[in-house]
Write a protein that binds this ligand. Structure first.
Ligand code: ADP
Ligand code: MG
Length: 217
């Protein structure tokens, strides 16, 4: 059934453009989330990285999905300091790699691209669920997406389920003590604060979903 939903360069380019817009729009909010439990730069970091992506995007017109996301990832890695640079940079490099140099992928292949990306974040950051990081959003989102694909759920419903799990995972970070990242040093004082990376990961997943809705409308 998924053969009918092919997602090509136009879809992924819109996703990249929207992520850059999100990084601007949410810059102050994400920085505010990072202030009490980090160093207040998460929004700034993403904005710096995606501004550079936006600048270079026109040069990447002829790339396939693998080389396109390799460039997105390398740009984030090169420009973004802190934890988020290597984690999101690596995420997008692995995400693209799983597209196997193609120009378009099925919804099932998109799910496998997410799988590669999330696994990279987990192996690089060594965080597991309940460590109060972006993994709290990404891992449940991925598990739900893969289960939905396995059950041959139609794409929009599958992604909706994925986002619900992502939202729940994001909000689950509020009462947690951090086991990874800068918030560790706060101990119990981290309790009551939403993790900024779990918030930005939710926003990114939401952009993939929003554009899928437009694509399939
Ligand atoms: P930094 O913490 O270096 O200032 P950012 O503020 O840009 O970098 O990003 C912080 C976010 O990165 C945290 O909210 C958390 O979600 C995520 N993060 C930090 N360390 C890890 C880790 N080891 N594994 C997964 N995610 C992490
Ligand atoms: Mg920070």
């Amino acid at each position: 059934m998924y053969e009918n939903t092919l997602l090509g360069k136009a879809y992924f380019t819109r996703v990249i453009v929207d992520m850059a817009a999100m990084a601007e729009r949410e810059r102050d909010y994400l920085a505010q989330l990072d202030s009490p439990i980090g160093d207040g730069d998460h929004g700034i970091n993403l904005s710096i990285g995606f501004r550079e992506v936006t600048k270079k995007l026109p040069e990447w017109e002829n790339e396939n999905l693998t080389s396109l996301f390799k460039k997105v990832g390398m740009t984030l890695l090169g420009k973004v300091g802190g934890a988020a640079g290597p984690l999101y940079g690596g995420f997008f490099m692995k995400f693209g790699e799983a597209a196997n140099n193609k120009d378009e992928v099925t919804f099932e292949e998109l799910a496998l691209m997410f799988k590669s990306g999330v696994e990279l974040v987990e192996s690089r950051g060594k965080a597991v669920i309940a460590d109060k990081t972006m993994v709290d959003t990404l891992r449940p989102a991925l598990d739900t997406l893969l289960a939905a694909v396995e059950a041959k759920t139609e794409p929009l419903t599958a992604f909706e389920q994925c986002l619900k799990a992502a939202e729940k995972g994001r909000d689950s970070t509020i009462p947690l003590i951090a086991k990874k990242g800068r918030a560790v040093r706060l101990g119990e004082r981290a309790i009551g604060h939403l993790d900024p990376g779990s918030a930005s990961s939710y926003m990114i997943l939401n952009i993939f979903f929003d554009n899928l809705k437009k694509e399939l409308a």
